[in-house]
Design a protein around this ligand. Structure first.
Ligand code: MG
Length: 268
């Protein structure tokens, strides 16, 4: 098993516990993107507790801000947050809010209102070029988020400005809030759409760590095109009774369900 796969199991167990304790929704949305976050924070991103204010650090923006718990466990892994900080998640007065705030160390952007991560990331990537820095900017979006017009403006901008240091990933879990994303508004053919906008597009299994690694590891300032990764995922991935059951968009697991989920995940 790869190190990042072990990390993802650990992350899953933590976000399930956090959702139960804080009584917060969006657990299934965190589980669908957690393999991507585990690969990025476990292997790819040049981000750690010592370089948070360094101009040349890589940038990661969780545009699907409702999956904040998945970001917080990654920040604990990087020792940017303490394990005990997770106990405050969703509590009044805590900086670990249900959607990320840049008041929290390691969070680059306030997100949750969808459609803003990609345009914000474009600005960061362009600023890097102007300043002669070679950091990379990664943005994790949802599939439902691709309904937003701002995503397509940014898609034109990124390709038009040849922002090769930019990489966006779509957590294509086939759901958005209470509906099938393909039925709420036509997404397909998503690969062709981004290709025609001038992006280099990878279509991958968003739970396969080798595929995720291969898709993102070629991102550099020297690229001619921005990179788009369409990652096919399963909402609630890793827990059989949550997988592709959209009740888990808002449901909070009971103590028994937390236990059952952890047994299924297995310990590492
Ligand atoms: Mg979705």
């Amino acid at each position: 098993m790869r190190e990042t796969e072990k990390l993802a199991i650990n992350f899953r167990a933590k976000v399930i516990e956090m959702s139960h304790t804080a009584k917060t929704a969006h657990l299934a949305s965190s589980l669908s993107c957690i393999d991507i976050i585990a690969v990025l924070y476990g292997q790819i991103l040049n981000i750690n507790s010592n370089n948070l204010l360094s101009a040349d650090r890589d940038r990661f923006i969780l545009s699907k801000g409702h999956a904040a718990a998945a970001l917080y466990v990654a920040l604990v892994h990087k020792k940017i947050l303490n394990e005990s900080d997770l106990d405050t998640y969703g509590q009044v007065g805590s900086l670990l809010e249900e959607h990320p705030s840049p008041k929290l160390p390691g969070v680059e952007a306030a997100t949750g209102s969808l459609g803003h991560g990609l345009p914000f990331g474009c600005g960061i990537a362009l600023a890097g070029r102007i300043r002669g820095l070679d950091y990379r900017t990664f943005i994790l979006m949802s599939d439902g988020e691709c309904n937003e017009g701002s995503v397509w403006e940014a898609a034109m901008f990124a390709a038009g400005k040849r922002l090769g240091s930019l990489c966006a990933l779509v957590d294509f879990n086939k759901w958005q809030a209470t509906g099938r994303s393909r039925e709420v508004l036509a997404l397909d053919p998503l690969i062709d759409k981004f290709s025609s906008f001038g992006w280099k597009v990878h279509e991958i299994d968003g739970h396969d760590h080798e595929q995720i690694t291969n898709a993102v590891s070629g991102v550099t300032v020297d690229n001619e095109k921005p990179t788009m990764v369409i990652a096919h995922t399963v909402k609630g991935k890793g827990v059989s009774f949550m997988e592709d059951d959209n009740n888990w968009h808002y449901r909070v697991p009971t103590s028994e369900e937390v236990l059952a989920a952890k047994v299924e995940l297995g310990g590492v």
